[in-house]
Design a protein around this ligand. Structure first.
Ligand SMILES: NC(=O)CC[C@H](N)C(=O)O
Length: 229
């Protein structure tokens, strides 16, 4: 399975994502610059955190015009796995690949600390190895992590089981304590907390590991059943 880690000017979690794939899975992974126009070689695209384009206008508002984003949309359409973490989540909402938006934290302060998340949906390629309702410790580091969507969109998210993680103690004012969501099909996930910073006991938590191993298992299951057919 081949992973891409997108890099925008101002990304700062690209190396963490790369290392998380390398150390947790040992699968091939490449950095892919934001001007790339071909992602066909990749099975999973990680959109990492950071301050792309200095967070000017709104977080992710400029990045969504990067040439690579047309390829990300194509990959989503093809059913490939796409995970946006923090600034990556912001970029995916700005690009319209996930519903809703991220606003300034309710406190108007940058928040950087561990959070406890509840796994709300484990019937998803990104979370299948967690137990439903499992509580995991994953750090946040953001100034604009306050997830917002209108009531009709929230009703849709609930109806289609698109809420993947909720905060146990809401750190930013997100509607319905939402920490991570998927698209309707379930192959695109965005989350504000950073699982790639929780893949080793030395980092304070290993609870993010299962996101990476879940993706690999989902891909293998799909791949193997396709080759048996
Ligand atoms: N760690 C990050 O990706 C930060 C995201 C964004 N720059 C914010 O502050 O909200």
């Amino acid at each position: 399975m081949k992973f891409a880690v997108l890099v925008f000017p101002g990304s700062n979690c690209d190396i963490d994502c790369y290392k998380a794939v390398e150390d947790t899975l040992g699968e091939p992974v490449d950095y892919v610059w934001h001007t790339a126009t071909d992602l066909s070689a990749y099975d999973c695209i990680l959109v990492p955190g950071g301050f792309s384009y200095g967070d000017y206008l709104r977080c992710g508002a400029i990045s969504r015009f990067a040439p690579v984003m047309a390829e990300v949309a194509k990959a989503a359409e093809e059913g490939k796995y796409i995970l946006g973490i923090c600034n990556g989540f912001q970029i995916l909402t700005e690009a319209g690949l996930l519903p809703g938006t991220l606003r300034r934290n309710m406190s108007l302060k940058f928040r950087c600390h561990d959070t406890v998340l509840r796994v709300e949906n484990n019937e998803n390629p990104f979370t299948a190895q967690y137990a439903a309702g499992e509580e995991i410790t994953i750090p946040i580091a953001h100034g604009e992590g306050n997830y917002y969507c209108d009531e009709a969109t929230l009703a849709e998210l609930k109806k289609n089981n698109q809420i993947i993680f909720r905060y146990v103690n809401n750190p930013n004012g997100s509607v319905d304590d939402i920490a991570g969501i998927s698209n309707r099909r379930g192959n695109v996930v965005g989350m504000m907390p950073h699982p790639e910073r929780a893949v080793d006991a030395l980092l304070g938590s290993e609870d993010g590991k299962k996101m990476f191993t879940s993706i690999l298992k989902a891909w293998r299951d799909r791949h193997e059943s396709a080759s048996v057919r």
